[in-house]
Design a protein around this ligand. Structure first.
Ligand code: NZQ
Ligand code: ZN
Length: 389
């Protein structure tokens, strides 16, 4: 186990009806709020009315900025920063999924600096020193952004999708009510579950040894998603099932399961190029890339893959049949994605090989190589895209 620090002050407020108390929680931090949301689902579902009424009850002044789209873009972040500065906003309330939360986080940082926020995405030597406080009402379990240190934004001028990382903007509070997710389309539930499972697998496939405790926590979390996701896409409005998924989604990405180990993250980097260029949903991209990544890298540490196959998918194995067992496990995983309605091949979403080199090259800008389980160069990444065709 490696040395580590674990710090995550996000206050998680979980359960039925908690969105109606958002005014009370917000009033602890601010008086003038930027209410940030997406392309309209919160108005259709009635959540918007509840939020406005609760904020008004506590005499909180509200400035609105809606219109965050999936794979959120830099231009809206810049607009939000401008509003926060000119309106002297003292708190940002993000009501939505990872896209809204990530946009809010970048606005929160940008409001505290004089230069261009994008520089922080491309130049990792630039350190984020402060942020406006923010709060969250989560509407889709997926990214874990409700308590993560990341904000992922696409610069639509050059289609670079990149992240910043900081504990400064970890939300002061995140309200998680599984009932709010009942209006999600099945496809978004599936994509969210795929993202959560990926956050767990990215951490699981480490070359660091003697991390048995976090291995076993990760296995429990992965099994919870694997069992509950197919039920969630078939049984709408099942509070108990969504509650399991929502809580795992937060813990999958709040840093706890990183402790003492180094995750891989190549599948995420390789996927981000797809969602940047083709506007693919992140979780669908991961369902396509992860099996291909596994096929490409498993020889780097077959025992880790065997442990995963055995403990997570309950696949028995013979010691002289390791490779066959791993290939079998990858088939199980692909079938699981199919069961929840996700694609597992680029051809299914109409993506051809035409931009593989361009995406692989962009993926490595500012990184050198991608991933830690096996450090991937441009040729490796192209090979993975080809395996995913
Ligand atoms: O925009 P609206 O109208 O709200 O609709 C959204 C959107 O179309 C809809 N939706 C959300 N909650 C709903 C709902 N529709 C009905 N009822 C509800 N309760 O769902 C669609 C997807 O929303 P989005 O926020 O884009 O989804 P998600 O949470 O999956 O976020 C994806 C973004 O987060 C990034 C991804 O790359 C992608 O850009 N990630 C952020 C991470 C982080 N900050 O830690 C880590 C992840 O690995 C990921 O990269
Ligand atoms: Zn993700």
């Amino acid at each position: 186990m490696l040395n580590f620090q674990f710090y995550n002050p996000a206050r998680i407020i979980f359960g039925r009806g908690e969105e109606n108390n958002v005014g009370k929680y917000t009033a602890e931090y601010g008086k003038k709020v930027l209410l940030h949301y997406g392309e309209g689902s919160i108005k259709k579902t009635g959540l918007y009315e509840k939020v406005i009424s609760s904020l008004k009850k506590y005499n909180i002044e509200i400035i609105e900025l809606g219109g965050v789209r999936p794979n959120p873009v830099l231009s809206l972040v810049r607009k939000g920063i401008e509003i926060c500065k000119t309106e002297s906003i003292d708190f940002i309330l993000a009501v939505g999924g990872g896209s809204v939360i990530d946009s809010a986080k970048s606005i929160a940082v940008g409001s505290k600096i004089n230069g261009d926020i994008w520089e922080y995405f491309m130049d990792k030597s630039k350190v984020i020193k402060s942020s406006l406080p923010l709060g969250v009402i989560l509407t889709i379990p997926a990214t874990g952004s409700e308590s993560s240190t990341s904000s992922v934004i696409t610069n639509e001028e050059n289609l670079f999708k990149r992240s910043i990382k900081s504990t400064e903007y970890i939300p002061k509070f995140s309200i998680l009510n599984p009932e709010i997710t009942f209006t999600l389309p099945e496809y978004q539930i599936a994509c969210g579950c795929s993202d959560i499972l990926s956050h767990l697998m990215e951490r699981y496939f480490t070359q660091v040894e003697h991390v048995d405790f976090t291995d076993r926590l990760l296995e429990a979390a992965m099994k919870t998603i694997i069992i509950n996701a197919p039920i969630a896409v078939n049984e709408k409005n099942n509070y108990d099932i969504m509650a399991e998924i929502m809580w795992v989604g937060t813990l999958a990405h709040n840093g706890l399961l990183d402790t003492g180990r180094i995750g891989d993250w190549a599948s995420h980097y390789i996927e981000h190029e797809l969602s940047a260029l083709y506007d693919l949903t992140h979780g669908a991209g991961l369902a396509i890339i992860t099996p291909a990544w596994m096929k490409y890298v498993y020889k780097e540490n077959q025992d880790k893959f065997i442990q995963f196959a055995h403990r997570v998918f309950n696949i028995d194995f013979a010691y002289n049949e390791k490779e066959r067992t791993i290939i079998e496990m990858i088939k199980y995983l692909e079938n699981w994605y199919k069961t929840i309605g996700l694609p597992t091949k680029l051809s299914e979403v109409g993506i051809t090989s035409s931009n593989f080199e361009k995406m692989a090259e962009k993926c490595l800008v500012g990184r050198g190589k991608a991933g830690n389980f096996k450090k991937l160069d441009m040729e490796d990444i192209c090979n993975i895209y080809n395996l995913a065709l």
